[in-house]
Design a binder for this molecule. Structure first.
Ligand code: NAD
Ligand code: DAU
Length: 364
């Protein structure tokens, strides 16, 4: 296969020793929000594994997210583009990769509405480039190999305001360019399983929140705006419902599924934690005001209703009973506790946000 993106200069940082590690795991998108939590968990929990974090460092990738583990001996960072097939192929050879946890993606729905091409390129073609490299590297022996794709509940479309849930067999019905690109990449994963016998797993998770989330997403954007007394742009009437999960609970689920999940399967991951946007926003306001010693309700005046997102999905809700019943996973944090932890983290790490706003983070 030819390069399907422009040539990318490969830069590595860390400890690229190909020692006798028990596993060599390629984590893509590890400098992003969820990826950084997964990388941290694996690097700290499994010194016997070599963790190779491959990330292009787009606007959403930030090596500051991984400062605490960057010098660990079992960690290597590689700056590369998943669409660059030749580079990916040479990485599979150099590091003798036997497991892939694929998180690299364009992840923001609003951006996908403005620029769908980048989403198709990275999320579809980039995933295909990784799959093809894994296939060519592994096809003589798929034993003890796994390609694990981190996907989203948005591929299932939207639910009505009733008591229905997305289950693993819910028909795909994506609406946004983002969810269409993620649905397509999930289909390619399953096609490689069904056609070539590659061991693959797909998980579809609900909305994550917690430290290191890029401040274009609702929760970090609103925390930052409340702290700085800026307007809070609520899309439409604030009636849309999302199902929120603390990011470390997602990372724990990924660890469990990577080790105990069954190849060829799909698992839904969610918190059974639905919130109407406007109610969630009021919890954030209450928490920030409390921690800043402002009188309760001070920041409610910042709520500003703005034009709705085009094609805004009404409601998402994940049924994660399969994961609970088969592998024993459950979320560990109550929502109010998770929000308080997240707000405290932001207040204690304001430099992280300032570096993003100033653009300095790109050069780290
Ligand atoms: P993010 O935008 O914070 O991070 C994405 C990372 O991918 C960044 O570090 C970026 O530099 C990297 N990247 C982008 N294009 C790349 C390319 N071409 N080559 C290499 N690296 C590239 O995203 P996130 O919120 O952490 O989401 C991670 C994954 O989880 C995505 O696949 C997303 O679809 C999925 N997901 C996210 C959520 C959520 O609530 N955030 C929920 C379910 C699933
Ligand atoms: O459901 C999982 C998905 O959750 C992931 O696959 C995506 O990568 C992730 O970005 C997230 O998508 P959402 O579109 O649900 O997240 P976002 O934070 O952008 O928006 C959450 C809700 O808040 C949504 O209903 C839109 C609304 N919103 C968002 C922003 C940024 C606002 O009302 N105002 C805003 O400024």
């Amino acid at each position: 296969m030819d390069n399907i993106c422009c040539n990318w200069q490969i830069e590595t940082k860390g400890n690229p020793k190909n020692m006798n590690y028990k596993k060599n795991i390629l984590i893509t998108g590890g400098a992003g929000f969820i990826g950084s939590h997964v990388v941290r968990l694996f690097v700290n929990k499994y010194p016997e594994y070599h963790i190779i974090n491959l990330d292009k460092l787009t606007y959403a990738g930030n090596l500051e997210n991984l400062k605490d583990i960057e010098n660990q001996p079992n960690y290597t960072f590689v700056k590369a583009d998943i669409c660059d097939f030749d580079t990916i192929m040479s990485m599979f050879r150099q590091y003798n990769i036997d497991g892939v946890i694929h998180l690299a993606a364009e992840s923001h729905v609003d951006r996908s509405i403005k620029d769908p091409f980048t989403f198709a390129q990275t999320n579809v073609m980039g995933t295909l480039s990784l799959l093809q490299a894994a296939k060519l590297s592994w096809e003589n022996d798929f034993s003890n190999k796994l390609f694990y794709n981190i996907s989203t509940d948005e591929v299932y479309g939207a639910l009505l305001m009733d008591d229905s849930f997305f289950v693993e067999t819910t028909k795909y019905d994506p609406h946004s360019p983002y969810s269409a690109s993620k649905a397509s990449s999930d289909h390619f994963i399953r096609a490689f399983h069904d056609t070539y016998g590659m061991p693959t797993i797909v998980t579809n998770c609900s909305n994550n929140y917690g430290p290191y989330q890029f401040p274009e997403k609702l929760i970090p954007l609103f925390i930052n705006n409340i702290v700085n007394n800026k307007p809070l742009p609520v899309y439409g009437k604030g009636e849309n419902v999302r199902d929120w999960l603390y990011v470390e609970d997602h990372a724990r689920a990924i660890d469990l599924i990577f080790h105990k999940g069954k190849a060829g399967e799909t698992y839904n991951i969610g918190g059974f934690n639905e919130w109407k946007n406007i109610d969630l926003i009021k919890v954030i306001i209450k928490t920030v005001d409390k921690l800043l010693n402002r009188p309760e309700g001070t920041s409610e005046k910042l709520i500003t209703y703005v034009t709705d997102r085009a094609g805004h999905d009404l409601r998402y809700a994940i049924d994660s009973s399969k994961l609970k019943e088969e592998l024993g996973w459950e979320p560990s944090l109550q929502f109010e506790e998770g929000i308080e932890k997240t707000v405290k983290w932001h207040l204690e790490n304001q430099e992280w946000m300032e570096n993003i706003i100033s653009g300095n983070y790109i050069f780290n």
